[in-house]
Ligand binder design. Structure first.
Ligand SMILES: [Zn+2]
Ligand SMILES: [Zn+2]
Length: 327
């Protein structure tokens, strides 16, 4: 929008309208086929890898920002956090929901009277309901991570990048991810949602996540009010506090509308991304940093460092500060 003087008939211009719905709904259709097959996980992973490679290709052909293609030295860290958080989240889910659910399924009697989940609805309606419920947990865990300074220590890692591209999709501190998993999947577990519905929520979240962080030129005006599109998520990564504390939705924007944090200005995406504090340069350092007082101060930035005599926790009681914008 801001720098591409593309003509209105160029293929890149037309593609900027088409590629997002094509890849998003195409990947969901692919997941549908995968889950209907006899090798659902294998086929789903194939869909996921295809989506990932398509985005990598589009980022080179029609980047939203050419400068975001430059290396920032964080690629290996991004991949490390992606693998660690995915592994930890899967272990947590296995320990807290899939194992007990499998036991419950095996031992379940015909007495469904106490089950709250509408298992008789068409699957697609169940998935939509589950995404909206899970999104409530995703929304609040995300929003609290921005508004509470103690939790921001963990979430800041995700925001410390100064460019967006598909590889920093999974750059989350493992604690940040575990809080999100508990708050988003817990309610579904309590409502006795079936395993298939859990798989679908995981699939939708994985597909949407790859797309929200991509550096591909995108025109999604029709979809922005409903889905977490790349355009909306770029505002969420703005270094400017009042822009960044918005668009907390991870899949759908319903709770941002309800709680008044939806932001979709009609202007070029933010120039400056990132945080005012500093995260450690290395992988282990990035994991350990939030646990020490010194590390916490580094993450929070200058204001806390200059605030001698006050602990970061005391500052954490300050209302709705979230990310500290550069002073
Ligand atoms: Zn965030
Ligand atoms: Zn993000």
């Amino acid at each position: 929008m801001h720098h591409q003087a593309a003509s209105y008939t160029s293929p890149a211009y037309l593609l900027s309208f088409l590629w997002w719905p094509l890849l998003y709904f195409g990947a969901l259709a692919g997941a549908w086929l995968a889950f209907a097959s006899d090798q659902p996980i294998l086929w789903f992973n194939l869909v996921y890898v295809t989506l990932f490679l398509s985005i990598i290709l589009l980022e080179r052909v029609m980047p939203h920002r050419a400068e975001w293609l430059d290396h920032d030295g964080e690629t290996l860290n991004d991949i490390g956090h992606t693998l660690l958080t995915k592994g930890a989240a899967q272990l947590a889910v296995a320990a807290t929901s899939i194992v007990p659910m499998a036991v419950a399924t095996l031992t379940r009697t015909d007495d469904h009277a106490s089950h709250l989940w509408p298992s008789d609805w068409p699957l697609i309606a169940q998935v939509v309901l589950a995404v909206v419920i899970a999104e409530f947990g995703l929304y609040w865990s995300h929003r609290i991570a921005h508004e509470n300074l103690f939790l921001w220590r963990f979430h800041a890692l995700h925001h410390s990048v100064i460019r967006l591209w598909v590889v920093n999709t999974g750059r989350f501190h493992v604690i940040d991810t575990l809080i999100k998993v508990v708050l988003s999947q817990g309610p579904l577990y309590l409502l006795d949602a079936p395993l298939q519905v859990f798989l679908w929520v995981g699939a939708v979240t994985a597909i949407t996540g790859l797309l929200t962080h991509c550096n591909v030129e995108t025109r999604t005006a029709l979809f922005d009010p409903v889905f977490a599109t790349p355009k909306l998520h770029r505002w969420h990564h703005s270094k400017t506090l009042k822009e960044g504390n918005s668009n907390y939705g991870e899949n759908v924007m319903i709770w941002d509308h309800v709680f008044g944090t939806y932001l979709n200005p009609d202007k070029a995406s933010p120039d400056r991304l990132g945080i005012s504090g500093k995260v450690a340069p290395d992988f282990i350092g990035q994991i350990m940093q939030p646990f020490s007082r010194k590390g916490g101060r580094q993450i929070l930035g200058q204001r806390v460092e200059s605030d001698e005599g006050k602990s970061a926790d005391e500052n954490a009681s300050a209302p709705a500060v979230g990310r500290i914008s550069e002073a």
